[in-house]
Design a protein around this ligand. Structure first.
Ligand SMILES: *Cc1c(COP(=O)(O)O)cnc(C)c1O
Length: 383
């Protein structure tokens, strides 16, 4: 029976425990498994290679992304690192010019040392992407909406162009989750997640995922997952399964709150600029509407010059200043000094990640409380 996503989040993957009838997948807190004889195991050998709790979660995220194969990792960056290990010295990867700071850092400070090059390109411009697909380029790496400026890339268009030249397309789908956008159905080859964010949803687990359809890429990724070892443990796998059960209801509220907050910010005269792809005035509004079911709940904005952004952060009461996003609680951060500090200032300024930029992860609290906290902090930040 094929289920809709609001049922899949609860019943997808491996539903419960066949042996005992337990409604929840048990936590198999074990590192190894008894073998009945040499070469005779019961499907499990060692928990780096495979663990039943992790396997249930892996199948679940694959089902949600409408993919064949899912792999769970100890963090989003462990998933990203394992996927980047598909490439070899001399290969080049085209990446969106505003991406998660940690992704930029691992490309720039780690993989470059192994001879894997990258080039930052505005992937919203499909013609520009097409012009950069030289022979050494093996993949295009996209975030849409991108972190932190929420720029939108047309995933189907870029996938068409990239596939025409034999390149892979990798999409980090952390900001929208499969509840709102399914990149594999738009043509992407590999979907990545920081499960730490909306999938987990409660700011209590660090995890990451890769999901693919192609059996050959999946085989290589399973090999790398075991060979490199950045796997998710059974306790955290259980917490992820538990978090994902409420993904639908959480995302519905996140999106509803974010739309109201974005519209409120846009009409506030203290605010110079609002970035949210759900605003009709946003550059990527139409493309996002075409490829996603909603615009998510991440908003970035800048206050006008006569407001002190530093003061604004200090005056917030309900909204917490912290790294991360996607939890039930509203969080705010200063990308230039926090999540994107690894990106050199010249690049940050050129892309628009200014020192005055504020990034807001809209939680699922009562939206009136979120707006009144923003309102009083903005008033107090006036110079
Ligand atoms: C947080 C994040 C990551 C990294 O994930 P971790 O779980 O922190 O390792 C990657 N991509 C995006 C878009 C993120 O927000």
């Amino acid at each position: 029976m094929s289920l809709n996503i609001n049922s899949l989040v609860i019943h997808g993957g491996i539903d419960g425990d066949e042996r005992t009838g337990a409604v929840n997948v048990p936590i198999y807190q074990t590192s190894t498994f008894k073998q009945d004889g040499i070469g005779k195991n019961r499907g499990w050998e060692y928990s780096r290679t495979g663990n039943p709790t992790r396997a249930a979660l892996e199948k679940l995220v694959a089902d949600l992304e409408q993919g064949e194969y899912g792999l769970a990792f100890a963090s989003g960056l462990a998933a990203i690192t394992t996927v980047l290990a598909l490439f070899k010295s001399g290969d080049k990867i085209i990446v969106s010019d505003n991406i998660y700071g940690g992704t930029f850092r691992v490309l720039d400070k780690v993989f470059k040392n192994f001879g894997i090059e990258y080039e930052s390109v505005n992937t919203s411009d499909a013609e520009l992407v097409a012009s950069r697909l030289t022979d050494e380029v093996k993949a295009v790496y996209i975030e849409s909406p991108a972190n932190p400026l929420l720029t939108i890339t047309d995933i189907a268009e870029v996938s068409g162009i990239a596939h025409g030249k034999g390149k892979l397309v990798i999409v980090d789908n952390t900001f929208l989750t499969p509840y709102l956008q399914r990149p594999l159905t738009l043509g992407a080859d590999i979907v990545l997640h920081s499960g730490t964010k909306y999938l987990g949803g409660h700011s209590d687990v660090v995890s990451g995922f890769a999901i693919v359809n192609d059996a050959k890429i999946a085989d290589r990724l399973y090999f790398l997952q075991n060979a490199m070892g950045g796997v998710l443990g059974p306790q955290d796998s259980y917490l992820m399964i538990r978090g994902i059960k409420t993904l639908g209801v959480r995302m519905d509220r996140h999106v509803k709150n974010a739309q109201q907050v974005a519209e409120w910010l846009e009409s506030n005269e203290a605010v110079a600029k609002v970035y949210y792809p759900g605003l009709k005035t946003a550059e990527g509004y139409e493309v996002n509407r075409k490829q996603a079911d909603a615009a998510g709940a991440m908003i970035s904005f800048e206050l006008k010059a006569d407001y002190d952004a530093r003061r604004f952060f200090e005056e917030l009461h309900l909204i917490t200043l912290a790294e991360s996003l996607g939890g039930v609680e509203s969080l705010v951060c200063h990308p230039a000094s926090m999540t994107h500090a690894a990106i050199p200032k010249e690049i940050r300024d050129a892309v628009g990640i200014t020192d005055g930029l504020i990034r807001l992860s809209v939680g699922i609290e009562d939206v009136r409380d979120i707006i009144s906290d923003l309102d009083q902090a903005i008033l107090r930040a006036r110079i």
